[in-house]
Design a protein around this ligand. Structure first.
Ligand SMILES: [Zn+2]
Length: 433
């Protein structure tokens, strides 16, 4: 077991500590909206594809409810098989040479940026930008789409990354519009975090286009590393045609906006806001004409998140949380945003997969946890409700608590194979063992 996980279990560290935030969050919704009724017609193409019978991978702890996962006839999931493939078949020396050749093609010495790195300030993108500059002599521009509500530790880590000598652009789009989008996505996609993840994915490509940079580099291909579609296993990117399906539940931004305008989530002024374009990719022709390449760093190097943490801790004093994050045992991943526990919570509601499952599954594959230990961690933490910043989250969405639960329970009712009510309490029907 890794030291981070084991120390928490030994000491029984909890999440009791809470920092005070006093964010200015004015009301955003003018009229009464039937949220639960809308949620019942969710825009999430993944939901009808969930298998009725829940099966867990025999090697890690992931279940077959995860979108695009394949569990083979031996009971092993696609991510575990990908890890086996990585161990046996990938020639990492060859991949490293390919990486160096790629950088040689793009490195500039004319005072301009040569690579855009979408950077949250987290450990993974921080490692990538730092290495590109200091190990490979590149001139990266770190492009950050601000978290919805910055946590103190997230902002501190972001500042430390910049203080290490990296150039950075931080975009904080119209926050009122963003909150309206977050609310729309919470109701219609069961995931308010779409208002972050859309900008996080697309804004750096807009910047690359504006700055005339034709290489965008990201950390790891999450589809491969954390279970999903393996069809792009032999290429160092995901084609743009796949993005809507992989990252946005197969729902176009246009469809969301139309629904939002029609049903009182957005108004006409919102639709004319200049920041709106950053939630969608740049026009396909412009993108192709500029010849922008997008590459995964994790395709060229063996991706181990815990090692990334050690790297950034050493090189620019990246800080982990003093206590574990809610719903999991880990302290060093996804720290930036006060609202992101609710992204994980809704994943639990829709798929029965919580944050501890996601963390433990890849730590088993990385050899940092035994499966039995992972099972214990999942059973202990996965279903925890993220209480700590719940009030801030309700204020962020401008929702009453009963409205929040009406949406949650609508999604829960769409997963009768995942949830059952026992003694007036919701329980997962099936847990990993
Ligand atoms: Zn597995």
């Amino acid at each position: 077991m890794n030291d981070i996980a084991s120390s928490k279990i030994r000491k029984g560290v909890d999440t009791g500590y809470k920092e005070k935030y006093n964010y200015f969050l004015p009301k955003i919704t003018a009229k009464k909206i039937p949220y639960a009724e809308h949620a019942a017609n969710a825009f999430d193409a993944q939901l009808p594809l969930r298998p009725e019978e829940i099966v867990f991978c025999k090697r890690c702890v992931m279940s077959n409810q995860r979108p695009r996962i394949i569990i083979d006839e031996k009971g092993v999931c696609s991510a575990c098989n990908y890890f086996e493939y990585k161990r046996r078949h990938i020639d990492w020396d060859k991949r490293r040479k390919q990486f160096e050749e790629l950088l040689d093609q793009h490195r500039r010495k004319d005072g301009r940026y040569d690579v855009v790195v979408p950077c949250s300030g987290g450990k993974d993108s921080g490692l990538l930008a730092h290495k590109l500059k200091y190990e490979y002599g590149m001139h990266p521009l770190c492009v950050t789409w601000s978290p919805l509500l910055y946590s103190n530790i997230g902002f501190q880590n972001f500042q430390n990354m910049i203080l290490a000598g990296l150039n950075s652009v931080l975009c904080s789009p119209n926050r009122i519009l963003q909150r309206k989008l977050a609310k729309l996505c919470f109701v219609m996609q069961g995931d308010h975090f779409e208002a972050f993840s859309r900008g996080q994915i697309y804004y750096p490509f807009h910047v690359a286009l504006d700055e005339g940079v034709d290489l965008v580099m990201l950390g790891e291909n999450q589809e491969l590393e954390y279970v999903g579609d393996t069809k792009n296993v032999d290429i160092p990117y995901n084609p743009i045609e796949d993005w809507e399906g992989y990252y946005h539940k197969d729902t176009s931004f246009k469809k969301l906006l139309e629904f939002g305008c029609e049903h009182g989530y957005l108004d006409e002024e919102d639709i004319n806001d200049p920041s709106l374009k950053w939630y969608a990719p740049p026009p396909r022709e412009k993108f192709a004409k500029a010849g922008i390449k997008f590459r995964w760093y994790g395709w060229y190097f063996n991706w181990v998140p815990q090692e990334n943490y050690y790297y950034v801790a050493e090189h620019y004093n990246f800080q982990a949380m003093p206590r574990r994050s809610e719903m999991t045992y880990s302290k060093y991943a996804s720290l930036d945003d006060l609202t992101d526990p609710f992204h994980f919570y809704m994943m639990l509601i829709k798929f029965g997969i919580g944050r501890a499952t996601s963390d433990a599954a890849h730590e088993v594959r990385d050899g940092h946890l035994l499966r039995d230990e992972a099972v214990a961690l999942v059973r202990r933490y996965d279903s925890e409700f993220p209480e700590k910043y719940f009030k801030e989250f309700l204020r962020y969405l401008d929702m009453a608590e009963e409205e929040f639960w009406s949406v949650v329970n609508t999604y829960r009712s769409m997963a009768p194979h995942v949830w059952e009510k026992v003694n007036q309490k919701w329980k997962l029907k099936c847990q990993v063992s």
